[in-house]
Design a protein around this ligand. Structure first.
Ligand SMILES: O=C(O)[C@H](O)[C@@H](O)[C@H](O)[C@H](O)COP(=O)(O)O
Length: 230
């Protein structure tokens, strides 16, 4: 795995991949914490990151100096079963990593359109640039909540704002996403995916350039370190 090579692919069983990614994230946080007081890690939801969260949570790091937030979130209560905040609390903020500070992407407002400005203010107070952004990807090529069928995709790809409220016919709940511009600011970018279907989507993304068709394309030149397992 070479974090400086665009789209380098690491192939390993999923648990081994999770361990490798946890090592890489810990090294990035340690390197940044050697020169700055606090470091920021941006993670994604979904099913893929769970074993990685478990590995990272056990790492020996000065977690009390680490801020954690999400690339995107469903606009649901933090204790809802499909809340990414809940996923992070239950799987990452455990053991040594419980000392990290988590910053959610939701408010008590009824919609992300109302809550997004407050979340943006919260997010602006974090120690940017993030040490690392870890993205996932759906089989439609979405990443974070940048969905091909969302009316807000163009805004999320172009705005200088930190957050965008998103609705997409392909997903049941409204969402909030960090904008592509803010995600781009991170020092390091990782795409963590598993399965032959995701690999095929990535190959298709790498063979073209229409970001609206496959929004993951917005990150292919970051450079993006790809962690893939069968
Ligand atoms: O679900 C989320 O919270 C993220 O918005 C999404 O971008 C996710 O990373 C991909 O959909 C991959 O999800 P899986 O890991 O479940 O395939």
């Amino acid at each position: 795995m070479n974090d400086s090579t665009s789209c380098a692919v690491s192939e390993a069983p999923r648990d081994q991949l999770a361990a490798q990614l946890a090592e890489s994230v810990a090294a990035a946080l340690s390197a940044d914490l050697a020169t700055q007081e606090r470091a920021l890690l941006v993670v994604s939801g979904g099913s893929t990151p769970v074993p990685f969260f478990h590995r990272l949570a056990a790492m020996d790091l000065p977690w009390q100096r680490v801020d954690v937030t999400l690339a995107d979130e469903r606009w649901v209560a933090e204790d809802a079963k499909d809340s990414n905040a809940r996923l992070v609390h239950e799987n990452l903020l455990q053991g040594p990593a419980a000392a990290a500070t988590f910053h959610s992407l939701t408010t008590a407002d009824g919609t992300p359109e109302i809550g997004a400005p407050e979340v943006a203010k919260r997010i602006a107070c974090l120690p940017w640039p993030a040490s690392m952004v870890i993205l996932g990807m759906g089989s439609d090529g979405h990443t974070a909540s940048l969905f091909p069928d969302s009316g807000e995709l163009g805004l999320a790809l172009s705005t200088d704002e930190a957050t965008v409220a998103v609705r997409a016919p392909s997903v049941p709940q409204p969402r909030i996403t960090l904008s592509a511009g803010l995600l781009h600011q991170a020092r390091r970018h990782v795409l963590h995916i598993a399965g032959d279907d995701k690999r095929a989507v990535l190959a298709r993304a790498m063979a073209g350039d229409d970001v609206r068709e496959l929004p993951i394309r917005a990150f292919l030149a970051c450079p993006l370190a790809v962690y893939w397992a069968p």
